[in-house]
Design a protein. Structure first.
Lengths: 333, 279
């Protein structure tokens, strides 16, 4: 239970095409993350899956059943929203139980499921409170609880962590990962934060301008980006892109090298340059160099390093970790 | 330790201005109430004086209560006002919800069309309305007044409420849809409670012109059984003789129901505002 199949989904608002033909298969129990810059259509795609937005054309199948004409409540999905979207006039308990109650489930069953979900999320002390009396993190847990109670075939998350502060975000991320493991449910999750995508996903779908750029596991995307967009989007700090001509490579247009795949030396190396800025993060040191060959170059060193602005350094890329992209921005294998 | 405080002089001026406005606003009302307790001579000789033991008289009130069915007039006014507000709010909110929530062809145009009534007074259509009511056999019924006042209240209600409804979170409505609430349930159970302050504002703005209106009761429902308070008090104003005691007494009495309604709505208004602020 819980597979999803999208076939050439298109969505246009007036003349503006937001989704330009999306094909995707999600297997039962997978954690899939849609990631991409704002305006790439990832939230719209999620809304199409939920049935909150009608697709202009294409087909949505949940568990092999066409649901394009099924209302959201009958699709067997549950959704967690960025703004929590809790019912302000209902208690936590009623918020969580409303969906089941609407389906006509007996009260005892609703109570049991609410109790189970609130136990999983340690929400028991707050069951009688209203959303206004909860903190942001608690509210988001209630929203997740509301989704669990419905026992859906498909969990949909729409940027659920964006409104939380950094520490809470890490905790809630952990909680969602644990939840996925214990529920073994299919989850689809939208975010613009690539760290969330890398840490949570079984499979990442990178979207750009209404199209899928690449689908793959986090490490596949990191190690084998299919094009410059994915290469630049996944990984932080961003991959360095160098004009291939500067390196004497006539077949490729661009060469990419990740900041962590460059070594530094004060004595000798491939590219001589000057340090223009240093960021000390403790575990990492990030250096920005202006080199004679490549121009601006970001280098990530592990641990603490004593480089200062205006130091002259030599950087050497790890040839095996270089990515070569052709004139169409696709990778050359 | 120095404390940030407003200078007494400045706060004095603020209070002076506020007190001045209060006096100006309340003066006619207070004068009406005072004079309604005086005899006729005193009203003209010393219109600004308080009623004294010599000038005190309840003649106005006894006249009002004896002549005509004033309790009945009050009832008519209350029924017309309350029912009209109810329908104007209900239909106004529904139209506003449709305009703010659904994308359909001609949405903006429809919104403008429904708001035109704010700019064009409904009285321009009096002749057509009267013809319509005659044809429908509704002359001299409260229904006629309720229909007209509902129509009169709708444009402002739609205009204000649709602006407010745009501010209600889409996620909340979508959460309701996923939980299986019908569009009606979303409207009544999620959206309406959140726009309650706006509803109270609209109710107050709709109520006062309806209660005070003389035009439509005079034209559509002048019969004894359907007279409203404003129309009922007109019997004391004649071309040659006006019974000022009775007019003032009737007006004083007419203030109270509307005052009570106002207090109810404005409390809602304040409660709504503070409930939103602490969330």
């Amino acid at each position: 239970m819980g597979s999803l199949n999208l076939k050439s989904i298109r969505k246009a608002f007036g003349n503006h095409e937001v989704l330009k033909g999306i094909d995707l298969e999600v297997k039962d129990g997978e954690f899939v993350i849609f990631v991409g810059p704002s305006g790439c259509g990832k939230s719209t795609l999620l809304r199409v899956i939920a049935g909150l937005e009608d697709a202009s054309s294409g087909s949505v199948q949940i568990d092999g059943q066409e649901v394009i004409n099924t209302p959201p409540a009958k699709r067997g999905i549950a959704m967690v929203f960025q703004s929590y979207a809790l019912y302000p006039h209902l208690t936590v308990k009623d918020n969580m139980g409303l969906g089941l109650k609407q389906m006509g489930a007996p009260k005892a069953e609703v109570d049991a499921k609410v109790a189970k979900a609130s136990g999983m999320l340690s929400l028991e002390p707050y069951l009688a409170r209203r959303p206004a009396e909860l903190s942001g993190g608690q509210r988001q847990r209630v929203a997740i609880g509301r989704a669990i109670v419905r026992e859906p075939k498909l969990f949909l998350f729409d940027e659920p962590l964006s409104n939380l502060d950094a520490a809470l975000r890490v905790n809630t991320r952990l909680e969602i990962a644990r939840l996925h493991r214990s529920l073994k449910a299919t989850m689809i999750y939208v975010t613009h934060d690539q760290v969330e995508a890398m840490t949570l996903a079984d499979k990442i779908v990178v979207l750009n301008a209404g199209q899928i750029e690449q689908v793959g596991s986090p490490m596949e995307l990191y190690n084998k980006p299919a094009n410059t967009f994915v290469a630049g989007f996944i990984g932080s700090p961003q991959m360095n892109f160098i004009e291939a001509g500067k390196l004497g490579d006539s077949k490729a247009k661009t060469v990419g090298i990740r900041p962590e795949h460059i070594t530094l030396s004060r004595e000798s190396g491939d590219w001589k340059g000057k340090v223009i800025h240093v960021e000390h993060l403790g575990a990492d040191t990030i250096l920005y160099l202006e080199t004679e060959v490549t121009g601006l170059l970001t280098v990530r060193l592990f641990g603490e390093h004593r480089y200062a602005v205006d130091d002259v350094v030599y950087s050497t890329p790890d040839r095996a970790s270089m990515h070569r992209f052709g004139a169409d921005d696709r990778v050359i294998v | 330790m120095s404390k940030a405080r407003i200078s007494p002089l400045r706060s004095g001026f603020v209070h002076l201005a506020l007190a001045g406005y209060t006096v100006v606003a309340l003066f006619p009302v207070v004068l009406t109430i005072f004079n309604s307790f005086k005899d006729k001579n005193a009203i003209f000789r010393t219109p600004l004086a308080l009623p004294t033991a010599e000038t005190f008289s309840l003649i106005g009130y006894t006249t009002v209560l004896k002549q005509g069915d004033f309790i009945g007039y009050f009832q008519n006014s209350l029924i017309v006002t309350v029912v009209s507000i109810f329908f104007a709010l209900l239909f106004g909110a529904m139209a506003a919800f449709a305009l703010s929530e659904y994308r359909f062809r001609g949405n903006t145009l429809m919104g403008l069309y429904l708001a035109i009534g704010i700019m064009i007074p409904i009285r321009l259509g009096t002749v057509a309305i009267l013809q319509g009511m005659v044809a429908a056999g509704l002359v001299n019924t409260l229904t006629a007044l309720i229909l007209v006042y509902t129509a009169q209240g709708l444009p402002l209600a739609i205009f204000i409420l649709s602006e407010f409804m745009r501010t209600v979170s889409d996620d909340l409505k979508n959460a309701g849809r996923i939980d299986g609430l019908s569009e009606y349930a979303i409207f009544f159970r999620l959206v309406l409670p959140l726009v309650r302050p706006a509803m109270a504002t609209v109710a107050v703005f709709t109520m006062i012109p309806i209660w005070n209106d003389l035009w439509f009761p005079l034209i559509l429902a002048p019969g004894e059984a359907t007279k409203t308070v404003t129309l009922g008090s007109q019997v004391f104003i004649g071309q040659f003789v006006t019974n000022w005691n009775a007019v003032l007494a009737a007006l004083s009495l007419a203030i109270f129901p509307v005052l009570i309604l106002y207090v109810i709505f404005s409390r809602q208004l304040i409660r709504g505002i503070t409930a939103g602020a602490v969330k």
